[in-house]
Design a protein around this ligand. Structure first.
Ligand SMILES: *Cc1c(COP(=O)(O)O)cnc(C)c1O
Length: 400
């Protein structure tokens, strides 16, 4: 299955390192759950047999206790543009976002509003609504175009001396819109507010420069473009200047100054560890480590470049082969504003996706009428993408 774009792709050979890429199955949902790496299969077997099976409790002192921070540093260095000591791995994205939103609100006493867009991922919206109720605050909703996302102008219009926090996604899960993180962060800071960026749909596909952009807080998941596997733990970033003063509400022993002192009081340790609460999910971190190492080998900028080329090819094929069936692009046309996936709209997409799954072509569906094509840069080939679009076309033709 040779394709001229694969032949010209300097990263093409890396696809073979993922489980299952030698089959004819078309996987276009790497933005929901990345494929496993074959090296992870070995690592997991080895972990159970050796590290867990024979090092036993000693494993905590040897590597496991430090893993949330050492792996956090690696994610920070390779993917986020974050200097060491600001990223920790632990909990789910939802729980980490909760901790960070509460930390931000507590750090801006007297301010009464949280800004978020109405099309943000459900968990982000539910958390903000719940915390607003819990803390007596008001949610300022941005009304965004669902084929695009939050703009600098929209944020500038609502922030002011009442704003405690602006919470947005770097890449919109529905449309793939890339928000202008540095400009929005600047606008929020000018109003005295903090920013929290959700990186779930960007980390591993679209690079950030969190330190340089002066971001306060960020979090993201690791089972999408970081291929950590179902339920692998999330990461959070807290900028250095906040690590002495910001506190989070889930006060557990793992965030205490000396967890093994087992003392009477919670005194949060100075540093990113204070954002941890309980025993870290060591097994869930194994796959992340392998994928971050692979991204490091390829180079994050090269990964982004391939991602841009994959989404451009998806848009080109959709225009040429699917537009005649009434399929419309529901993602930005401007490649600089488009993340790692492409959403195509048609009123009958739900049926189309169900039919595709029957034939081992796996994109996903997001209502209303959206077929999401997730292009995991290192595991997706141009040939796979083209076969996927051909299957969508055949399915649409059969419906008509
Ligand atoms: C996938 C995703 C989440 C997932 O949160 P979990 O707690 O891992 O379920 C949150 N936010 C965004 C923007 C996402 O894309």
């Amino acid at each position: 299955m040779s394709h001229p774009l694969d032949d010209a792709d300097p990263l093409a050979a890396l696809r073979e390192r993922f489980v299952g890429t030698d089959s004819s199955l078309v996987y276009l949902d790497g933005n929901s759950l990345g494929r496993p790496l074959t090296v992870t299969v070995e690592r997991m077997r080895d972990f159970v047999g050796t590290e867990w099976g024979s090092r036993l409790i000693r494993g905590w002192d040897e590597t496991w206790f430090d893993l949330p921070l050492s792996l956090g540093d690696e994610i920070g260095r390779v993917c986020l543009g974050a200097a060491p000591g600001q990223v920790a791995v632990g909990d789910s994205t939802t729980v980490l976002l909760y901790k960070l939103i509460r930390a931000a609100v507590a750090a801006r006493p007297g301010r009464t509003e949280i800004v978020i867009d109405g099309d943000n991922f459900p968990t982000d919206r539910y958390l903000v609504m719940g915390i607003a109720e819990e803390c007596g605050l008001t949610v300022r909703w941005l009304d965004v175009d669902i084929s695009a996302g939050a703009t600098v102008e929209q944020v500038a219009e609502v922030v002011g001396e009442q704003t405690a926090l602006v919470e947005l996604s770097h890449v919109a899960y529905r449309s793939s819109w890339i928000a202008d993180v540095p400009a929005i962060t600047q606008v929020a800071h000018d109003a005295g507010a903090l920013v929290l960026w959700d990186l779930c749909h960007s980390v591993g596909a679209v690079p950030t420069r969190l330190d340089e952009w002066d971001v306060d807080l960020a979090a993201g998941c690791t089972y999408k473009y970081l291929n950590g596997g179902p339920g692998s733990p999330a990461f959070c970033y807290v900028a250095d200047q906040h690590l002495e003063t910001f506190t989070q509400p889930i006060q557990g022993w793992m965030g205490n100054t000396d967890p093994f002192l087992m003392g009477p009081d919670y005194v949060p340790v100075v540093g990113i560890r204070r954002f941890l609460s309980g025993t870290p999910a060591v097994v869930g971190m194994l796959g992340i480590r392998d994928m971050v190492a692979l991204i490091d080998e390829a180079g994050m900028d090269a990964v982004r470049k391939k991602s841009e080329q994959l989404t451009a090819y998806a848009v080109e094929l959709a225009d040429e082969r699917l537009a005649p069936f009434g399929v419309a692009l529901a993602s930005p046309r401007d490649p600089d504003r488009r993340g790692g996936h492409v959403t195509l709209h048609h009123p009958r997409m739900r049926e189309v996706v169900a039919a595709l799954w029957q034939r081992d072509v796996l994109p996903d569906y997001r209502g209303p009428g959206g077929l999401r094509i997730g292009l995991s840069p290192l595991s997706t080939s141009y040939d796979e993408l083209e076969r996927g679009i051909a299957a969508v076309r055949e399915t649409m033709a059969a419906l008509a």
